[in-house]
Design a protein around this ligand. Structure first.
Ligand code: AVJ
Length: 374
């Protein structure tokens, strides 16, 4: 029964965690594990967990899942947000997607990071601390963490995620692997978390923000601009933003990546309805919907939809609605924008960044871009 309270109590103007000196504000945090157990007899054990600090960020009150389901399914056309894919089952299905031969982005980005992590780690000059948006399972991040640790000995890593359980799981594995790593995780939406991170600046050295996996592709152009501006606001001139984007390419490669023959992506998409059934008392018959994928050339994005196979009405108890579908009507569940390098350069210029360097995989499918705050 070990105590983690010691790590969560402010101790004067500054407190000291192992070899990491941190500002007082950085020490006022919540314990990494919610059911903290106090034991007077046993001294606190020194475990990798002692290097994990969690901040739960409450920003502007976001609509709940029930509210978003209610507004999305009563809108015309019907829509559900892709962030709701990632409950525990959905996160596992996404990991399965990344193992599919047809889903190239994860491997393409990993190839880039394998080849260039050292160069990326050195690009800002001095020591850095790393903030990662939407950290996922952290596999690709490991390549960068290792390169940074090799260069500078220690690293403060700051993942930002809406899922506390995802952060707990990935942090656990990282902390066990790297004794010189310290993690301060922010649980909350990006906007509010980036603001808190700017106030608290828990890391020493220059800030390097990571946004990998082409997760930015889920955002519509306006949301994309505002997110990159939020990142820019966290940074001082000379600090960096590593942005992974999936590149425009032929539909014959794009469509199978989102409509694989094993049906894993179909399951990932349909899980959204299953989640509504599980969590909101919905009565979706999953067999009455089919996974649909199209490339919207004008908008430059792959779209995923769920199409009703027949006319039907579906009650969703906790959203207080009954949703009617015509035969063939769809729910738009995800947009996955594809980019060209001119768009990346334009995005950088519009948001106060200089596009310093772009690395591509050997197949020219994916680009990792280092933006430096101007
Ligand atoms: C995690 C948003 C990058 O858009 O490629 C994969 C999600 N959806 N297959 C993507 C996803 C269907 C993925 N991102």
């Amino acid at each position: 029964m070990r105590s983690r309270v010691a790590n969560s109590v402010p101790t004067g103007p500054a407190c000291y965690h192992g070899r990491f000196q941190v500002a007082a504000a950085a020490c006022a945090t919540v314990p990494a594990v919610s059911e903290t157990q106090l034991s007077i007899e046993t001294p606190p054990a020194v475990t990798p967990w002692d290097r994990l600090f969690l901040r739960r960020v409450r920003g502007r009150e976001l609509p709940s899942f029930a509210e978003d389901v209610r507004s999305g399914l009563t809108a015309q056309p019907k829509i559900l947000y892709p962030k709701y894919f990632y409950d525990e089952l959905g996160s596992r299905l996404f990991e399965a997607i990344t193992a599919l031969p047809e889903y190239y982005p994860t491997r393409a980005e990993a190839e880039i990071l394998h080849a260039h992590a050292g160069e990326i780690a050195a690009a800002l000059g001095g020591p850095v601390w790393a903030v990662e948006l939407g950290s996922g399972d952290g596999q690709k991040t490991k390549l960068l963490i290792e390169a940074l640790l090799a260069r500078q000995g220690t690293l403060e890593y700051v993942p930002v995620d809406i899922s506390e359980s995802a952060v707990q799981t990935s942090s656990r594995s990282l902390l066990f692997s790297y004794p010189d790593l310290r993690i301060t995780a922010y649980i909350g939406d990006y906007h509010a978390s980036l603001r808190r991170i700017r106030e608290e600046r828990v890391g020493p050295g220059r800030t390097l923000v990571l946004f990998l996996g082409s997760t930015i592709g889920n955002l519509d152009p306006e949301e994309r601009l505002s997110l990159v501006r939020d990142v820019r606001n966290l940074l001082n001139p000379g600090e960096g933003f590593l942005l992974g984007v999936d590149l425009k390419k032929s539909e014959s490669m794009l469509i199978p990546a989102y409509d694989d023959p094993l049906g894993v992506t179909a399951a990932f998409n349909l899980n959204l309805l299953a989640r509504i059934n599980r969590e909101l008392g919905g009565e979706f018959d999953l067999a009455a919907f089919r996974h649909r994928v199209l490339y919207n050339r004008e908008a430059g994005r792959v779209e995923m939809h769920l199409e009703s196979r027949r006319a039907q009405t579906v009650p969703i108890r906790d959203a207080g609605i009954e949703v009617s579908f015509e035969e063939g009507e769809t729910i738009h569940t995800e947009s996955s924008y594809k980019f060209d390098l001119d768009q990346v350069a334009a995005l950088a210029a519009e948001t106060g960044f200089e596009l310093r360097k772009t690395w591509m995989d050997s197949g020219g499918r994916f680009a990792s871009n280092l933006l430096v705050a101007a």
